[in-house]
Write a protein that binds this ligand. Structure first.
Ligand code: ZN
Ligand code: ZN
Length: 252
């Protein structure tokens, strides 16, 4: 490690990029939800929406970021629904100006006997602008931290290990995030241990969900009036959550 400064050495010895979020991760896995990570991400999303509509509107550095990057087609409408009309108006105005400036050239090329090529350049520019999102970036950072914490606690803490195996989650989408994180940060043996547990847990929850959702459909047949609902009342909704990685309404 010659040539490294003291702080580089510290960095080298502790290559951890992510911060542990033990308490919220523990609490989420301790609650009886279809997927703890779906619930945590929903909360995180709400927090970031509030942040960008709150006093950050008055912070020049944040305003520069908001004007330049903006919000995606999922998160901008959530900001509309969150209230704070005056603050939304302020950022909407300056962000709109900036988007207009940025796309102005592309918009004008359509007006000069546009070609398939200028149409394609215009649509690509609009789409890439609309995909940029400050909330997506923050939420992705949260997801990394929570996934990091979950795989670490699974290996290091007995209590969390049992919470994990008894939990109804994760959904399929968040199982993918956990698998990626385990591959990124765990030692080979720990990774294999975690992935085996994840695989068994997923197999079991998918099989159970399939049985529940089948029963759900059967309950619409009057011949099955006598059949008990069991855990199947919300199985249609839980299937959507399992496959989409988003909290959905469980009750009809
Ligand atoms: Zn999930
Ligand atoms: Zn977004």
């Amino acid at each position: 490690m010659s040539g490294l400064s003291y702080s580089d050495t510290l960095l080298y010895s502790y290559p951890v990029k992510y911060q542990l979020e033990t308490i919220p991760v523990h609490d989420a896995w301790d609650s009886d939800v279809p997927c703890p990570l779906c619930s945590m991400m929903e909360e995180a999303e709400k927090r970031h929406v509030e942040y960008y509509l709150g006093n950050s509107v008055m912070n020049p550095e944040t305003r520069v970021l908001v004007n330049d990057t903006g919000f995606c087609s999922r998160h901008f409408p959530l900001m509309r629904e969150a209230g704070h009309a005056h603050h939304l108006g302020l950022i909407a105005h300056t962000h709109l100006q900036q988007v207009h400036n940025k796309l102005s050239g592309n918009i004008k090329t359509l007006n000069r006997g546009g070609s398939a090529r200028t149409a394609g350049i215009f649509s690509a520019a609009v789409r890439s602008q609309a995909e940029e999102c400050l909330i997506c970036r923050s939420v992705e950072r949260d997801l990394k931290r929570y996934s990091y914490t979950a795989v670490k606690l699974f290996i290091e803490e007995e209590e969390f290990h049992s919470l994990f195996t008894e939990s109804r989650g994760p959904c399929l989408i968040h199982a993918a995030d956990l698998a990626d994180m385990a591959a990124e940060v765990l030692k080979k043996k720990d990774m294999q241990y975690f992935l085996t547990a994840l695989s068994e847990h997923l197999e079991e929850s998918l099989k159970e969900l399939e049985a529940d959702v089948l029963r759900f459909t059967q309950k619409f047949d009057s011949q099955n009036d006598e059949m008990v609902w069991g855990n199947s009342r919300d199985a249609h909704a839980r299937t959507v959550q399992m496959l989409s990685g988003r909290v959905v309404r469980l009750t009809d």
